[in-house]
Ligand binder design. Structure first.
Ligand SMILES: Nc1ncnc2c1ncn2[C@@H]1O[C@H](COP(=O)(O)OP(=O)(O)OP(=O)(O)O)[C@@H](O)[C@H]1O
Ligand SMILES: [Mg+2]
Length: 477
């Protein structure tokens, strides 16, 4: 991550600096070049103008008398430029500053020649007899067709060089400021880019390690903000998947634990009984009872396996119903007959009341019987006195079955959980309940598969009522 930050920063700073240095450099060089030229040529023009003024004041004679000397001194002070006058031989015959050193000296032959031909000469050289480099112009002295010599005007280069130096300095400062400013800008930009990227990196690293609770808090509405939102959405989905996976894992391990427990109980009983029989400890008459118990246990295990297979198929949507119009009355009578004896043995009455114009149930008959069977079996199992009543009537497009008992009842809290597989109220005490807690889970799934509905109402010690609505007509799709 840090590498990325560094590389973004480096790339940005390099490109910014390159642009700034190149831009300012080009502008600076051009400014320097043109400014320099402009300043020198302006000064040159000024000097030429001044020299022409000098000439117009001294062009009437070939010599410099005192009056002209005074003029020269006056013009020197006015223009701030030193003036030399030389004759056609190039000998300096007068200077505006009474400069004894220069008088009598000669100007370079090439300059004299050019001047005598009527040309102007410009030089930036240090003339002999001058204390510092000067910008010097030489113009012919005299009249157009009668040149007596030349007029030289010197102006110190120092002032000009100062100005040029200032320009150079300004450009340098501007470049420096540009670099500083661009560094600050780049730092800010790379910070605004790299900070959210760092956040994203931190969050995604956690996600990579399997922690999907992490969310990225970036509110910006740019591409980085979009990226953060997308990652957040992805994390949300992954989190849901993870929670679901966890839940399924738990269900699976619970399921396996329950199955093992339910299978172990009858197996342990049978093992104990078999061992006793093997040891020959059991008398002849006792043996039958032992076989009966073992037979019961195998039946129980068989039923457990059947129920489990049913439930697994129901949960995996692998059960297809063969629905058709089933005669409600005959099914209910058959179920009543099945449990009548067992109820009577306990002194519990079992009644069946059929409503008028009772509709057929539009169901899978095998599954329909399984539903009624499971409910009735519970009613008989959990009722010791009183009665169990079954009523059937039409309720709109449904057939409504109400199975009421006067048994032990189910508390309000437990009513919520009885539909869950393996759930048995008060496991410890109800030793006589040999059930596995799968009956109602299967009932609920089967009723829902029929697009029906089942509810429970119950009070502890008073009894329980199950209401089942099953479709009585073929649904028009
Ligand atoms: N009519 C009832 N009266 C009182 N309690 C009931 C009644 N029906 C169900 N229960 C309670 O609900 C629990 C779950 O019922 P369910 O039919 O699913 O399991 P089970 O009867 O214990 O076992 P299985 O049906 O698999 O043999 C029962 O163990 C019992 O505690
Ligand atoms: Mg049951």
């Amino acid at each position: 991550m840090l590498g990325m930050k560094k590389s973004i920063f480096r790339r940005l700073i390099l490109s910014y600096m390159f642009t700034i240095v190149l831009g300012i450099g080009i502008v600076g060089i051009l400014m320097f070049y043109f400014g320099n030229n402009y300043i020198y040529s302006a000064k040159q023009e000024e000097l030429l103008r001044q020299s022409r003024t000098v000439n117009s004041n001294i062009q009437d004679t070939r010599w410099i008398n005192e009056e002209k000397q005074e003029i020269l001194e006056f013009l020197n002070q006015t223009f701030g430029s030193q003036i030399w006058i030389f004759n056609e031989k190039g000998e300096i015959i007068a200077t505006s500053t009474q400069d004894e050193v220069s008088i009598g000296k000669s100007v370079a032959v090439s300059i004299v020649e050019k001047t005598l031909q009527g040309e102007n000469v410009v030089s930036r050289l240090k003339f002999e007899g001058l204390s510092e480099p000067m910008l010097s112009v030489v113009v012919p002295w005299g009249k157009q067709d009668n040149v007596y010599g030349g007029i030289v005007l010197h102006s110190p280069l120092r002032g000009l060089n100062d100005i040029v130096g200032k320009i150079r300095e300004t450009i340098l400062w501007a470049t420096l400021f540009g670099i500083l400013f661009s560094t600050a800008m780049v730092s800010y930009h790379s910070w605004t880019i790299s900070r959210p990227l760092q956040k994203i990196d931190r969050a995604t690293s956690r996600m990579a390690m399997g922690d999907f609770r992490e969310r990225i808090e970036i509110k910006s509405e740019d591409e980085i903000g979009d990226l953060a939102n997308t990652i957040n959405m992805m994390a949300e989905k992954l989190e849901k998947i993870e929670v679901e996976r966890h839940r399924l894992d738990n269900i699976r391990s619970d399921f396996l634990a329950n199955i093992s427990h339910e299978l172990r109980t009858p197996l342990t009983t049978m093992q104990g009984f078999l061992e006793a029989l093997q040891d020959g400890l059991i008398e002849d008459e006792g043996r039958k009872r032992y076989y009966d118990v073992m037979y019961d246990e195998t039946i129980h295990m068989n039923r457990l396996v059947d129920d489990l297979l049913d439930l697994i198929k129901l949960e995996n949507n692998e059960i297809t119903l063969s629905k058709y119009h089933v005669d409600t009355k005959s099914i209910l009578e058959k179920q009543k007959f099945k449990f009548e004896r067992e109820a009577a043995e306990k002194g519990v009455a079992l009644t069946l009341t059929l409503g008028e114009s009772l509709p057929n149930a539009y169901t899978d008959p095998v599954r329909f019987e399984q539903i009624i069977n499971n409910i009735l079996k519970n009613a008989v199992k959990f009722t010791e006195t009183g009665e169990i009543s079954i009523t059937a009537e039409k309720d709109g497009p449904f057939l409504l079955l109400v199975i009421t008992d006067t048994g032990i009842g189910i508390s309000e809290v437990d009513q919520e959980f009885i539909w869950e597989r393996f759930y048995k109220v008060d496991r410890g005490r109800s030793k006589q309940n040999k059930g596995t807690g799968l009956g109602l889970a299967i009932v609920k799934k089967l009723v829902e598969l029929h697009d029906g509905k089942i509810t429970v109402q119950s009070q502890i010690g008073q009894g329980t009522t199950f209401k089942i609505w099953m479709p009585s007509e073929e649904k028009l799709k």
